[in-house]
Design a protein around this ligand. Structure first.
Ligand code: C5P
Length: 221
């Protein structure tokens, strides 16, 4: 589809998508359930609206949307490094990635072997990953920063708390039923207190979200 000319000057939009993968050994890892579809749909919507888009993607099997500059990463720390770089020249950050909160304290060089007849229990020491969104939002300046929240209970209360704690401008509350699905239902909560519900195919919801986020950023400058 052709890129349309934005009514306002194009924005530099940084989108993250997909899970991160935290290796235990060369063949095993911790990760989150995430298809990456929502983030890819947002990147596509932004490029089609004429904005300049960088997509930092965790390991997902999705094609790069037309006109989008893609940076592939594996772990949360790699995602943080790629985002720090792109954030410098961004106007908007949309953090749709499902970042792993924890990573193994040590990565084994060889395969972790369960010895025959050995112990029936083992434990894995974990350390906290950096919070990419909170780290970048703490020095956002005029940038518009949007997070995502996936909650299984007390969704709006928890999402509002996250919005305040991570110093976001808005947060998209997702339902767990949207994982890997084609359709979704989200609630967009803004720091002004505004609330909007959107439902439909991920492409249509992404387009509506992107339009609202771009309008919020443009109304600032
Ligand atoms: O606190 P929670 O993980 O639910 O927050 C979700 C939001 O924070 C998402 O936008 C996610 O991409 C971001 N996040 C992050 N770095 C982490 C954990 C979450 O950027 N380590």
């Amino acid at each position: 589809m052709a890129r349309s000319k934005p009514r306002n000057p194009p924005l530099r939009v940084l989108v993250t998508a997909g899970p991160t993968r935290e290796h235990v050994d060369p063949v095993r890892y911790l990760t989150n359930e995430s298809s990456g579809r929502m983030g890819f749909a947002l990147a596509q919507a932004a490029a089609r609206a004429g904005h300049r888009v960088t997509l930092v993607a965790g390991p997902v099997a999705l094609p790069t949307p037309h006109g989008v500059a893609r940076v592939d990463v594996t772990s949360a720390r790699e995602m943080l490094a790629a985002c720090r770089k792109a954030f410098r020249s961004a106007d908007v950050l949309i953090m749709a990635a499902a970042v792993a909160d924890w990573r193994p304290a040590r990565v084994l060089a060889g395969k972790w072997r369960a010895k025959d007849g050995g112990a029936q229990r083992a434990s894995l020491e974990l350390v906290r990953n950096p919070d990419i969104l909170a780290t970048l939002a703490a020095r956002k300046g005029a940038r518009l920063v949007c997070g995502f929240a996936l909650e299984t209970g007390a969704g709006e209360r928890r999402a509002r708390a996250k919005l305040a704690r991570k110093q976001l401008d808005c947060i998209v509350l997702n339902d767990a039923s949207a994982l890997n699905a084609e359709r979704t239902r989200v609630v967009l909560l803004e720091s002004s207190g505004a609330r909007e519900e959107l439902a439909g195919g991920k492409t249509a919801v992404a387009r509506a979200l992107l339009a609202r986020i771009a309008a919020l950023r443009t109304s600032r400058s």
